[in-house]
Design a protein around this ligand. Structure first.
Ligand SMILES: Cc1cc2nc3c(=O)[nH]c(=O)nc-3n(C[C@H](O)[C@H](O)[C@H](O)COP(=O)(O)OP(=O)(O)OC[C@H]3O[C@@H](n4cnc5c(N)ncnc54)[C@H](O)[C@@H]3O)c2cc1C
Length: 544
């Protein structure tokens, strides 16, 4: 073996980079191997429409990163390497077809006032929601920040049991499984409040009728109120660059154009990886694979490395809906029809409301192009003017209710052909979205200078982890979520192969820029092995 490191990390998504940075700081020799030409996976910033317009091609909004464990640990060192976060008092709103809108703001009082505007009593309902959420916020967020199948997971369960008692715990866990629809209907009178919060479940890979979507709605509502909608000045690539610098400052290496095709296993332990060009890179302590279960059990591991039944379950991992991105370079900022605050809001959801989101999700899950998709209109220029020429506009548009294989069109307009996402289908569907948006942004069509659209097929081509164009690298249905992610036969981050760790959006706590799985694995690897810890305790006793 020509070269060897303590840890080899396969893929360079946020989980990989955070994990590698934490390990490198802890004195580990790390090597990150990325098959594409750029680091960062679903984080990429590029001038993909017109010169001078910097688009976050995939992910754009960083509340999960800024609120996560990896940022708490690395934030200062990343800031010293040029990373700067910008934030807003207007994180999100929903605009309804009748021109009315509802806003989620940055303080409890402001949100209570806003919701009260839509229905008497909803302001108080917001206050009651916060009062019941905050005392157990550590448990609610703890589910997402803990290795559940571990001593820490048991510790979290015991903490909940001690605080809530048997009945209280049963009630708490039951509440975690409620759907967004049931929670919203139970909590708020106004359909505006429902329509404000329901689209956010799309950002967790769920729909408003799915189990556990009510819990995710509350977590997001509180997280947005408390954390806003931070973005890095200059785009997500700045986070990737700062992490790369941090890794290399601590002696680690990150290499692009390096496709790992096999994890080499000897005596039941992962010892190295082999690249597509034949080179083998040794891993003395860990191989950390940021891949889908499909790739891990269908490509990287050889027959016989794990029991065949387990490999079959890994290969049977299911994927969620597909996604489309529309990037618009505009000659001037969008002039929204309606509330003047819309033009200053980071993310505007355009939807008829809870039933609209539900219908579009259901259509997509039945293989149809939704007649009236939930349009996620992102406006990074509301915080970061450096991303476009002065006086110009830019929109980051996301559509999270699409089939990866198209069986038809719920609106009966577009020909699905053989079901593949052709260039023609992609552009015609994008036309539908732009036309709808133009009804609420009257200057939109005249302001468009250039547009770039990415279909589910384009997402998969750009990043092998976005299989079938699923932006979240795997369905988050309850049987593949939380305790059961990535899949029930191999939950968590250890695998049946010793020293082989599984991270990334396909694993707990799932997708998003929080880097949760990377941080959890780094934490476990950095924990001193038992003999050393025992020795430390003995030394402490002797000193006393
Ligand atoms: C369009 C889009 C918009 C999103 N918007 C947001 C957002 O605004 N905010 C948010 O919090 N989240 C967002 N998400 C989700 C979030 O971006 C992802 O969940 C997260 O970035 C995934 O990180 P990851 O560590 O799992 O790896 P990924 O980013 O998926 O990267 C994995 C990397 O591994 C590489 N790789 C895979 N196999 C191999 C191999 N065999 N050899 C070498 N390299 C390999 C891939 O090429 C890829 O670069 C969005 C996702 C998408 C797709």
């Amino acid at each position: 073996m020509a070269r060897s490191y303590d840890a080899v990390v396969v893929g360079s998504g946020i989980n990989s980079l955070a994990c590698a940075a934490l390990l490198a700081r802890g004195g580990w020799g790390v090597c990150v191997l990325e098959r594409e030409d750029e680091l960062g996976g679903a984080i990429r910033t590029a001038e993909i429409t017109e010169p001078g317009y910097l688009h976050d091609v995939f992910s754009a909004w960083h509340p999960l990163w800024v609120g996560g464990a990896a940022h708490a640990e690395l934030g200062e060192e990343l800031a010293a390497r040029g990373l700067e976060y910008l934030n807003t008092e207007l994180p999100t709103a929903t605009l309804f077809p009748d021109g009315e809108s509802a806003f989620l703001l940055r303080t409890a009082d402001a949100n209570a006032e806003e919701l009260e505007r839509h229905a008497g009593g909803d302001g108080e309902a917001w206050g009651r929601m916060l009062e019941s959420f905050f005392p157990n916020a550590d448990l609610a967020f703890g589910v997402l920040g803990t290795e559940l199948w571990s001593r820490a997971g048991v510790g979290l369960g015991l903490k909940a049991y001690r605080r809530l008692g048997r009945r209280g715990l049963a009630e708490f866990v039951g509440e975690l499984t409620i759907s967004s629809r049931d929670w919203l209907n139970r909590t708020f009178e106004s359909e505006r409040a429902h329509g404000l919060l329901a689209p956010w479940v799309l950002h967790t890979g769920l729909g408003p009728d799915a189990a556990a979507s009510g819990y995710m709605t509350q977590v997001i509502a509180v997280a947005v109120q408390e954390g806003g909608m931070p973005i890095p000045r200059g785009g997500g690539a700045k986070l990737v660059a700062a992490l790369e610098r941090l890794i290399s400052d601590h002696g680690g290496v990150c290499e692009t154009g390096r496709d790992v095709e096999r994890v080499l296993v000897e005596g039941g332990k992962a010892t190295a990886v082999r690249l597509a060009d034949g080179e083998a890179v040794g891993a003395a302590r860990a191989v950390i694979a940021n891949v889908t279960p499909t790739q891990l059990y269908g490509r990287l591991l050889a027959d016989g490395d794990v029991p065949p039944a387990l490999a079959a379950k890994g290969r049977g991992f299911r994927y969620g809906r597909g996604e489309m991105q529309i990037h618009l370079a505009l000659s001037e900022p969008p002039r929204w029809d309606g509330d003047g605050r819309l033009g200053r809001t980071a993310i505007v959801h355009v939807t008829p409301g809870l039933d609209g989101v539900s219908r579009a999700v259901n259509e997509a899950e039945r293989g149809l192009l939704p007649a009236e998709a939930t349009i996620v209109a992102g406006q990074p220029l509301t915080m970061d003017a450096s991303r476009a020429p002065e006086g110009a506009g830019l929109l980051w548009i996301q559509l999270q209710e699409l089939p990866s294989r198209v069986r038809g069109d719920a609106a009966g307009e577009l020909d699905a052909g053989d079901g593949t996402w052709t260039e023609e289908l992609r552009e015609r569907y994008a036309d539908r979205i732009v036309t709808r948006l133009a009804r609420q942004i009257p200057n939109l069509e005249s302001a468009i200078k250039a547009r770039t659209v990415l279909s589910p097929a384009d997402l998969e081509r750009a990043n092998v982890n976005l299989l079938h164009g699923d932006p979240y690298a795997g369905s988050l249905a309850l049987d593949q979520n939380f305790l059961w992610r990535p899949f029930a036969a191999s939950p968590g981050h250890t695998t049946a192969v010793e020293r082989l760790w599984h991270i990334g959006a396909s694993t707990h706590p799932g997708p998003g820029l929080g880097a949760g799985s990377g941080a959890l694995v780094a934490e476990q690897l950095l924990r001193a092995p038992l003999p050393k810890r025992a020795l430390g305790r003995v030394r402490g006793l002797v000193r006393r």
